[in-house]
Design a protein around this ligand. Structure first.
Ligand code: PLI
Length: 460
């Protein structure tokens, strides 16, 4: 291993800074009300420390910025596309690359290529945009993650694993030909950033091959997952993150990927696969929805930054630092008795809002309220990942009431330092001491799709 003795010490130095605004509680109360108590509707300039998401909020390196100056902005056949294609092939191993504007563009292409209306799409817990595209294409999502994933305090190191029995039962119940494909999120965002083991990926692939069911990875945070395999799964400790990543992808037929996370970029994504016919279908959809098949909604400079970012992020010490930051924040909260999802995830810390605000029923959106309160208390922005994010059942129209009702304290890459995390931890700990005073919310505006982005609430 090439890790420094303290992985928490930043493996970079700071060359440019962005000032942040410090506001009063009164200011933030007004801002929160105007935003309908939804942190997605706050203005970024009114936020002190922005831990809403790690999506597109990363700091690029000097190499990435230098690469931006080498953008070949040709409509067709940009040299940056061919570089990205080579890097994707070397690191992920898939034969075909279809670039997209971001991850959900790729999800649209894959869903359209593989789903026939009425078919089932099993997955290891849903992700919001992924399930939305599967449903829009006429598919029915079925959760086949292990039960441990729904228990915030279960410390299984690979809580993202697929439950093979649940998967096999689905195959028996509906027939393999009624299953469009299986999606495997690596890592599983809504379970708390939990990884999938190599043994499980291999077993799922073998079972799927037996039944001719394609396996599609959601490779959005696959590099993080590869790092977790390195440090948690026996036999992988001496392999590099890049070697592990290649092996993970070898147990799949294709992938969707948001380029806005692991790759240290601010925009972009791709779909990838090995099958020629699937690639052809996705390319023809790409030109309709994304852009030409050699840019898919990205500029040449975006593709260059992404390719360089993939190479950077897949270095062992880079992921070690990232995971150490999440652990630092998580361990501070655990030490103060704050209920968080265990083990601490890769891209952030997930607070168990049902335990934090145990007096607020789930129909009054405790996680939404906690995200609101953290902002009002400290200027720190986080995100609800619970009942609001889960939405409603397509058939019954009823809310899902997921077991995990969390607030995600998400860590953008290379943006914040240890003292920022101290401020965040202190704010959450302080709020926990006054938790009994909090009241729930009622939803007063609910959009049709992906409601958590735009829903509005009033205080009860
Ligand atoms: O935001 P996109 O369209 O580039 O990617 C969608 C997407 C797909 N899969 C997973 C696991 C995601 O986490 C994801 C986006 N996540 C966001 C925006 C987040 O805040 O986690």
């Amino acid at each position: 291993m090439t890790l420094t003795s303290n992985p928490m010490a930043e493996p970079y130095k700071i060359k440019m800074v962005e000032p942040v605004k410090i506001t009063t509680r009164e200011f933030r109360e007004k801002a929160a009300k105007e935003a309908g108590h939804n942190t997605f509707l706050l203005r970024s300039e009114d936020v002190y420390i922005d831990l809403l998401t790690d999506s597109g909020t990363n700091a690029m390196s000097e190499s990435q910025w230098a690469g931006m100056m080498l953008g070949d902005e040709a409509y067709a056949g940009s040299k940056n596309y061919y570089f990205l294609e080579k890097v994707m092939h070397d690191c992920f191993g898939y034969k075909h690359l279809v670039p997209t504007h971001q991850g959900r563009g790729a999800e649209n292409l894959v869903s359209n290529a593989l789903i026939k209306p009425g078919q089932y799409v099993p997955g290891n817990m849903y992700f919001t945009t992924t399930r939305a595209h599967q449903e829009l294409a006429g598919g029915n999502f079925v959760d086949v993650i292990i039960d441990d994933a729904h228990d915030p305090y279960n410390t299984n190191p690979f809580k993202g694993d697929v439950d093979l029995k649940k998967y096999e039962d689905l195959i028996k119940r509906v027939g393999a030909e009624q299953i469009a494909y299986i999606t495997i999120g690596v890592t599983v965002n809504l379970a708390g950033g939990q990884p999938v083991s190599m043994a499980n990926l291999k077993a799922v692939y073998e079972l799927s091959q037996k039944h001719k069911i394609p396996v599609i990875l959601d490779a959005t945070r696959a590099i993080e997952n590869a790092y977790f395999i390195k440090v948690r799964e026996k036999g992988y400790e001496n392999k590099s993150v890049r070697e592990i990543l290649r092996e993970m992808c070898s147990y799949s037929d294709g992938a969707t990927c948001s380029g806005k996370k692991d790759f240290h970029t601010n925009i972009g994504g791709f779909a990838a696969c090995n099958d020629d016919a699937m690639a052809e279908h996705m390319r023809s959809m790409c030109v309709v929805y994304e852009g030409l098949q050699t840019y898919g909604g990205m500029t040449g400079r975006d593709m260059e930054a992404m390719a360089r970012g993939i190479l950077e992020a897949s270095e062992d010490h880079v992921m070690a630092h990232r995971v150490a930051q999440a652990e630092y924040l998580g361990n501070k909260l655990i030490a103060a008795g704050i209920p968080i999802v265990l083990p601490i995830g890769g891209h952030g810390v997930f607070i168990d809002a049902r335990a934090f605000y145990s007096h607020i029923p789930q129909e009054q959106y405790p996680a939404q309220k906690l995200a609101n309160d953290i902002y009002v208390h400290s200027g720190v922005r986080t995100m609800e990942r619970g009942n609001v994010s889960a939405g409603r059942c397509k058939e019954t129209g009823k809310e899902f009431f997921p077991k995990l009702e969390t607030v995600r304290v998400t860590i953008p890459r290379r943006v914040y330092t240890q003292s920022h995390f101290d401020v965040v931890a202190d704010a959450i700990i302080d709020l926990y001491k006054q938790r009994d005073k909090a009241k729930g919310l009622k939803m007063v505006f609910e959009p049709k799709y992906l409601r958590f982005f735009q829903a509005r609430f009033e205080m009860l």
